[in-house]
Every structure is written in structure tokens, then in C-alpha cells.
Design a protein around this ligand. Structure first.
Ligand SMILES: [Cu+2]
Length: 168
């Protein structure tokens, strides 16, 4: 039972990030503008699934385009993934992976107005959602004294997994 509770806590943390953070791109020293050093800004932060980034800017001066790595490298938004123009655009970092954004106005990306965001797994779920059940099914330290309860614990874990899957 204790194992199930621990597993449930870990899974809940991974599925519905209680510690999700919203980052305003460039803040507090800068914003989404021509002056901010985004590589330096990114290097001081760690992004996890569930976090959000917000681009805040004057919509007369800038926009935000999500692009592929090729688009990022070439400062091209020809094959953009999505575009934002509200001046206050929140982008959810839903999954592990790398996201690329740039300003689509002529010359702005070439002047450095582009940002690469690496979204990395939470430490507790570093191996990803898939391997989690096998890890939870064999915690020797916890179940060594309670093998009788292992079957019931596994049942609870499976029920919890079924309940949590829609949250992903
Ligand atoms: Cu711009």
C-alpha cells in the first residue's frame, strides 16, 4: 500500500505538474525584443512539461513564430508551425522536446530575436511515462517484507494508472 501511494504521488506529479511554472520570455531583465540575449536567458532556466512561456511585446513591433530547427537555423518562417500576434502569447510546453521560436519581422531573427527551448523531463520521471509501471512493480526495498500485498498493490497501481492515463 505504501508503494502504491508513493507511485501514485510520483505519477500525479508527472501527469499534473503541481510545480508548473510560467516564464515570461526575456524577463525580468528583458522581454521579447531586439536586445535580450535569449541563449543566455535560456541557459539560466530549466523547462519541464507543463510549464508555459509567455511572449510579451508590442504587436506593432514584433510577432512570434514557432518554427522547425531548420527554420530556426536559417531564420526562416516559410514552414512555420504556428504564429502568434497578440502581444501577450502564452505557449504551453506540453511535452519533452525542443521548441524553436523567432520573430517573423524582417531582420529581427537575424539580429538575434530567436529562442530555443529545451523541455526536459521532471527528475522524478526522467525515464518517461512508459517505463514507470515496471519501476513501480519492483521496488525490492519496500515489498521485501510485504510480498503478500504485492498482488493487491499491483492492482491498485493498475487502477491508478487507468485513472491517470486520461490526464496525459
Ligand atoms: Cu521582432
Amino acid at each position: 500500500m505504501a508503494a502504491a501511494v508513493v507511485v501514485a504521488a510520483v505519477l500525479v506529479q508527472a501527469a499534473a505538474p503541481a510545480g508548473a511554472t510560467t516564464y515570461t520570455v526575456g524577463a525580468p531583465e528583458g522581454l521579447w525584443d531586439m536586445e535580450t540575449d535569449y541563449a543566455e536567458w535560456v541557459a539560466r532556466r530549466t523547462f519541464h512539461p507543463g510549464d508555459k512561456i509567455t511572449f510579451t511585446y508590442s504587436r506593432e513591433l514584433h510577432d512570434v513564430v514557432e518554427v522547425t530547427k531548420a527554420g530556426y537555423d536559417a531564420c526562416s518562417n516559410a514552414n512555420n508551425i504556428s504564429a502568434f500576434r497578440s502581444g501577450n502569447d502564452a505557449v504551453a510546453l506540453a511535452a519533452v522536446g525542443t521548441r524553436y521560436f523567432l520573430c517573423g519581422l524582417t531582420g529581427h531573427c537575424d539580429s538575434g530575436m530567436k529562442i530555443r527551448i529545451d523541455v526536459v523531463a521532471h527528475a522524478a520521471a526522467a525515464s518517461g511515462p512508459a517505463p514507470a509501471p515496471s519501476t513501480s512493480a519492483s521496488p525490492p526495498a519496500i515489498t521485501a517484507a510485504g510480498n503478500v500485498n504485492l498482488g493487491r498493490t499491483l492492482g491498485i497501481v493498475i487502477v491508478l494508472l487507468h485513472a491517470l492515463v486520461p490526464l496525459w
